[in-house]
Design a binder for this molecule. Structure first.
Ligand SMILES: [Cu+2]
Length: 89
């Protein structure tokens, strides 16, 4: 949980693939700041991960250096620190 979870360290120019598995009973609209990412044929900045074992993979190019929040868009989940940071220079 943010801010205790390790930063996800990547390098500029990396092609990053993120696989998520949601084992909880809640849905999680996951938002990455600073980038758009590819989910299948769609380009998004937020993707819904359904409950009870849904799996979502997205990919993006690390082309915007900085510290970028990756978090659940449900405010009550964010308030419970459901967030990580992608970091690169
Ligand atoms: Cu959530």
């Amino acid at each position: 949980m943010y801010p205790d979870a390790d930063t996800l360290e990547i390098s500029e120019g990396d092609h990053v693939r993120v696989r998520m598995v949601n084992r909880s009973p809640a849905i999680h609209p996951m938002d990455l700041h600073g980038h758009f990412f590819q989910v299948g044929d769609a380009v998004k900045d937020t993707v819904l991960v359904a409950s009870h074992g849904d799996r979502v993979t997205f990919e993006f190019r690390a082309d915007n250096p900085g510290d970028w929040l990756f978090h659940c868009h449900n405010v009550y989940h964010l308030e419970r620190r459901m967030a990580r940071v992608f970091e690169y220079d």
